[in-house]
Design a protein around this ligand. Structure first.
Ligand code: ADP
Length: 265
């Protein structure tokens, strides 16, 4: 069994904001578990794709959700024409054959699901498959990476202290204006001055955070806006479609956000 389908062959564009590449490489050499911490749409997924490509290691990504069970991660018996057969889940595949397993938004899962990763995150590096009566020792190229958005956390929905303490953490945030404009220009194929204008709009919207807006426009949303512009939409319509409408439901907040972005156009 090879994980060729999970190999990234073309370099994913990633513009570093600081020392995150060197930090991650050090953690990878020690196979330490890593937490990528920061708001949604600020480049965490793109970063791990870039690192998997750079380190030439397969990447298995799991989008975590609240109905996810431990079996969804480790595997289960399924019935086929030959009888019942065990199917490794995505985590087990990565542990057995050597890959980075990226659990995106791990906090969404129930705490009893998160516990299955504990024996993988200390010196033991093992995954007990109780239902399959097997103890899988991690392949030398296995590494566990999770993403975590501190802004979403509440007392009932947070990682256990005992889980958090198992990870090194690399902080992500929206990039500086100059870097973000370069990213938007590159990803959306728009002219630098349009990218700078979109970044100004993004910054305005982030200033409204807490005033009725849970989160401002992410880098992802600025890229989407740029892509609509590159398809010929006027800027106002693109901003409305990719930023204002998705992040607001309240008419008052929508009006405030529209007014704030109008000021940048
Ligand atoms: P997250 O995983 O933090 O929610 P993503 O990695 O999916 O966010 O980023 C969303 C989009 O923003 C990416 O698809 C990419 O277009 C762009 N992006 C954000 N940060 C960067 C970066 N540093 N370099 C390149 N692209 C970036």
């Amino acid at each position: 069994m090879t994980l060729d389908a999970y190999r990234i062959t073309d370099e994913p564009y990633y513009r570093p904001a600081g020392e995150e590449i060197a930090i991650f490489e050090a953690a990878w050499r020690e196979r330490l578990p890593v937490m990528l911490k920061g708001p949604t749409g600020c480049g965490k997924t793109r970063f791990i794709e870039h690192m998997a490509w750079k380190l030439k290691v397969p990447l298995i990504t799991v989008a975590c959700h609240e109905d996810m069970t431990a079996s969804d991660l480790v595997g289960r018996y399924l019935i086929d024409e030959t009888g019942t057969v065990w199917h490794d889940g995505p985590l087990t595949l990565a542990v057995r054959h050597g890959a980075i397993c990226y659990l995106d938004e791990v906090v969404e899962t129930r705490q009893d699901t998160t516990v299955v990763i504990h024996p993988l995150t200390d010196a033991r590096r093992i995954l007990p498959l109780e239902k399959h009566n097997e103890l899988v020792r991690a392949h030398p190229d296995f590494q566990l990476v999770i993403s975590y958005n501190p802004g979403y956390q509440s007392a009932i929905k947070d990682l256990k202290e005992s889980t958090k303490q198992r990870f090194c953490a690399i902080g992500f945030d929206y990039p500086s204006h100059e870097v973000e404009a370069a990213i938007v220009a590159q990803e959306a194929h728009v002219a630098p001055e349009i990218a700078r204008q979109l970044v100004a709009i993004g910054t305005r919207s982030r200033n409204l955070e807490g005033h009725g807006l849970a989160e401002g426009a992410s880098t992802r949303m600025l890229v989407h806006t740029g892509r609509l512009i590159s398809q010929g939409l006027p800027m106002g319509q693109a901003v409305d479609t990719a930023i204002v409408m998705p992040v607001t439901d309240e008419p008052d907040v929508r009006a405030a956000l529209s007014a704030a972005v109008q000021a940048c156009m």
